[in-house]
Design a protein around this ligand. Structure first.
Ligand code: GDP
Length: 388
């Protein structure tokens, strides 16, 4: 599917940069346009693959290119003030050839956390194409302010977009890894999963298995209805025959080889669903799902895909489980992307919601106390007045 990617803030910009690189590498064809927006000059300088003209610095009059720190109210305010500068870059997007917008942001910081939901509201007002979000949740070790920012941003972002795809840094942390190396690795993991899904909807329909290739409308239908989405991904090596040919083991429709190929395909779909998801959640709480089987055309075993899809139908209890292929040449692995859309049983989000509610109470208590304090001051002032 053809996307206009808008990376907001440092994480958003870096991930969009990586999407552009990946799209070129795999010949995906899903990047219709790529824009990076930031309040910090230095962060925009770190971007390599997004065109220089499409790197937009906002908030200069307020923060002079130094960023907004972790102040997401300021991130939202400068976005509102400079929305025309962002729109000028979006005006260059070839919208006639566009399936959707995707706004990418880390939700724990300031610029992306505050600005991405504001931009989503703006785009929804102007365009008829769906506006999706890709939100990155901070690690729990990053500190309270990041969690609080993410809790607040998440609530607004999910309301404003047509679907919020989520990646939880916390679930993908590795001990002993530096923050920078960790981000580079997770950015590749993010892009491989979401990029494969978007690229799958872009395959031309001239291949041998054209009738079963995933269409961008299937991705859009799975995402429509809103809410939060998570993605699972798994691959397995395809055995090669003694002569090194893949087709010997996979093309036949009968015999042991076909059975093993069916089993392998079905098992890779189960592994994708039950393994580590971009946002850990209970698959049975998904409202809709999409299975994309990828790999060399000869290894895309029809029976296996159908079996995997039926299994996912049972697992999610959903009648809306779509399926399709993404034939890829030049790989000797079969893989499966499983998109779980409208998931509701998500421990990390419940935790964020609790943080947001607690913060609201704390703010209300502080406001009430300061009001009491003010009244006491006024009263005391009155008493003091009476003394003189
Ligand atoms: P902003 O520039 O003010 O929007 O803030 P950042 O994007 O720098 O940081 C926001 C959050 O995104 C942080 O709390 C991190 O959890 C996360 N983050 C920052 N950089 C990256 C990155 O390159 N990859 C990933 N996966 N997460 C990042």
């Amino acid at each position: 599917m053809k996307l206009a990617l808008i990376g907001y803030g440092q994480a958003g910009g870096k991930i969009v940069d990586e999407f552009v690189r990946y799209d070129e590498e795999v010949g995906g064809g899903f990047v219709n346009a790529a824009i990076a927006v930031n309040t910090a000059t230095a962060d925009l300088r770190g971007i390599e693959h997004v065109d220089e003209d499409d790197r937009v610095l906002i908030g200069q009059s307020r923060v002079k290119g130094h960023g907004v720190g972790a102040d997401n109210d300021l991130g939202a305010a400068v976005t509102e003030a400079d929305i025309d500068e962002i729109q000028a870059a979006i005006d260059r997007v070839p919208v006639h050839d566009l399936d959707a917008f995707l706004i990418v942001a880390g939700l724990g910081g300031g610029t992306g956390s505050g600005g991405a939901p504001v931009l989503a509201t703006h785009l929804k007002r102007l365009y008829t194409e769906p506006v999706y979000g890709l939100g990155v949740l901070p690690g729990t070790d990053e500190g309270g302010i990041y969690t609080l920012n993410a809790a607040r941003s998440f609530q607004t972002f999910v309301r404003e977009v047509d679907n919020l795809l989520v990646f939880d840094n916390d679930a993908w942390r590795r001990t002993g890894e530096s923050v920078g190396a960790g981000f580079d690795r997770t950015n590749r993991e993010i892009v491989e999963r979401f990029g494969l899904l978007f690229a799958a909807g872009e395959v031309d329909d001239t291949g041998a298995v054209a009738e079963s290739v995933v269409d961008s409308s299937e991705i859009i239908n799975t995402l429509s209805g809103g809410g939060v989405s998570s993605i699972g991904y798994a691959t397995e090596a395809v055995d090669r025959g003694d002569d090194g040919l893949l087709s010997r083991l996979t093309r036949s429709d009968d015999g042991d080889h076909a059975i093993s190929s069916t089993n392998r395909m079905a098992s890779v779909i189960r592994k994708a669903t039950l393994g580590r998801l971009t946002l850990p959640c209970e698959p049975s709480s998904a409202d809709r799902a999409l299975v994309v089987a990828s790999g060399p055309p000869a290894a895309l075993n029809r029976k296996g895909i159908e079996r995997g899809r039926s299994w996912l139908e049972e697992e999610t209890g959903s009648m809306e489980v779509r399926g399709g292929d993404y034939p890829r040449l030049g790989t000797d692995r079969v893989g499966s992307i499983v998109l779980l859309s409208g998931v509701t049983d998500v421990p990390r989000i419940e935790q964020l919601q609790e943080v947001a509610v607690e913060a609201k109470h704390t703010t209300a208590t502080i406001e009430a106390n300061s009001q009491d304090g003010f009244e006491t001051l006024v009263d005391t002032g009155g008493e003091l007045d009476a003394l003189f």
